[in-house]
Design a protein around this ligand. Structure first.
Ligand SMILES: Cc1cc2nc3c(=O)[nH]c(=O)nc-3n(C[C@H](O)[C@H](O)[C@H](O)COP(=O)(O)OP(=O)(O)OC[C@H]3O[C@@H](n4cnc5c(N)ncnc54)[C@H](O)[C@@H]3O)c2cc1C
Length: 410
């Protein structure tokens, strides 16, 4: 409002006018949450603190998939947070979902990751890009308990998405898929997968298409049931596995969009997915800060509580600043979804979570390394947020690319 009045003033130079216009276009973020967003935040926080936090360490140690937690999130409506109400969803905005992911991850990082992938990478994709027929099959039940997965990574292609080798060929009214996907989160427990495949690897990104595949389809082989515990240092209560596709025949109309749209669909979804992983990282970092403060208040050294030692106070202060800056970047990305904002949020949140978890380990001293305390789990979980959903290194490159593009300096 003020900006638009100012813009009309004839006293402004054209340079000032240009600057103000840029401000009015870009300043869409406000840290003020709406009543609805606050309600979602409170709902998720109460659920996570009451039902997830008490079991997080146990499930992590046992590598036990949190079925009961997912059932609870389904009952709250959060497994279809942004899905249209006509498909049994809650029709919420991305920031509400990010707030839920943050609070759930604060209670249990593994559950937060599952919530994030199911919503940001599966349900939102079908909701926003699927046809009405696809939504009937691949969305309606996925807000009520069925889990959806996202299969982009392959043994030979992670960051290099255009290098995927899974193939799709059209035979009459069916697509036939062949290839191998890796690290597919919840493929063991899930009911459908978004699969990215190419009609011709030589076409690189222009040959990629996106398919919806019911997991029970003949020819879909999931790697042996292994909790992430046996394959990864992070998120040990979740699961991921290889998925092999051998002559998998799916109806022609299970393709989302057209041949050649797959690359942009994947990239667009990863922009959203990064907001989810950033929120997840903020939740882990907040939990590490909670752990450190609670411990420092109780632990006595040199006749006083740790919180009264200057170096510990400094560490707690650094942790608070790191959590808050990551949170602001994440909320901003969730309200103004651009490649740059979501890459920046994931970069900051992942990096800060690792730094916060590191301070947490240090404040707990020897106990920081013990499996009987939460600090080492936070440290392991935080580290993963710099890898999945796109490695930190590429996030930085994306931010640099779009920064220079905005300034016509590429
Ligand atoms: C717990 C877990 C769950 C996962 N879940 C899923 C899932 O559900 N679905 C899915 O599709 N994938 C999933 N992944 C895979 C994940 O997204 C990939 O591991 C990630 O994208 C990195 O790919 P990569 O492991 O092949 O590493 P690479 O691409 O081989 O990269 C290795 C390293 O090389 C460097 N590097 C590579 N390319 C560049 C570049 N262009 N610029 C700068 N540096 C670069 C970076 O340092 C990077 O860390 C999961 C992974 C984990 C660990």
């Amino acid at each position: 409002m003020v900006t638009s009045v100012l813009l009309q003033s004839s006293k402004l130079s054209s340079y000032s006018r240009q600057c103000l216009k840029a401000v009015s276009q870009r300043r869409t973020f406000t840290s003020q949450l709406t009543e609805q967003q606050q309600a979602v935040q409170e709902l998720a926080r109460n659920f996570a603190q009451e039902h997830l936090k008490p079991n997080a360490a146990k499930y992590d140690k046992e590598g036990r998939f949190p079925f009961d937690s997912i059932k609870g999130l389904t009952d709250l409506g959060l497994m279809g947070a942004c899905v249209d109400e006509s498909y049994n969803g809650m029709g919420l905005d991305y920031l509400s979902l990010a707030l839920a992911v943050e609070e759930v991850s604060r209670g249990c990082a593994s559950t937060g990751m599952i919530l994030s992938i199911h919503n940001f990478l599966y349900a939102n994709l079908v909701n926003e890009k699927g046809s009405p027929e696809q939504k009937e099959v691949f969305l309606k039940n996925f807000t009520k308990g069925s889990l959806g997965c996202f299969a982009l990574s392959e043994p030979g292609a992670g960051t290099d998405v255009a290098g995927i080798r899974t193939t799709a060929r059209l035979e009459g009214d069916h697509w036939v898929l062949n290839g191998k996907k890796s690290w597919v989160t919840t493929a063991i427990e899930g009911s459908a997968i978004v699969v990215f495949a190419t009609v011709d690897p030589e076409l690189k990104h222009k040959g990629i298409a996106c398919f919806l595949v019911p997991i029970e389809t003949e020819g879909v082989f999931r790697g042996k049931k292994e909790p992430i515990m046996s394959v990864s240092m992070s998120l040990r209560a979740a699961t991921a596995c290889n998925v092999t596709l051998e002559e998998v025949r799916i109806p022609r109309h299970y393709m989302v969009g057209d041949v050649g749209d797959g690359f942009l669909i994947a990239m667009g979804q990863l922009d959203q997915g990064r907001i989810g992983i950033a929120a997840h990282a903020v939740g882990i970092a907040q939990s590490a800060l909670d752990t450190a403060i609670n411990y420092a208040k109780e632990r006595v050294a040199f006749g006083k509580s740790l919180t009264r030692l200057a170096s510990v106070k400094d560490r707690l202060t650094d942790m608070c600043i790191l959590v808050e800056t990551a949170r602001l970047a994440t909320y901003r990305a969730a309200t103004d979804v651009t490649v740059k904002n979501s890459a920046m949020a994931k970069y900051i949140a992942g990096r800060n979570a690792v730094a916060v978890a590191d301070h947490c380990v240090q404040i707990l001293g020897g106990r920081g390394l013990s499996v009987d305390y939460d600090a080492e789990r936070h440290y392991r979980d935080a580290r993963g947020t710099q890898i999945y959903g796109g490695v930190t290194d590429i996030q930085k490159r994306l931010v640099g690319h779009y920064l220079l593009k905005e300034h016509d300096a590429l």
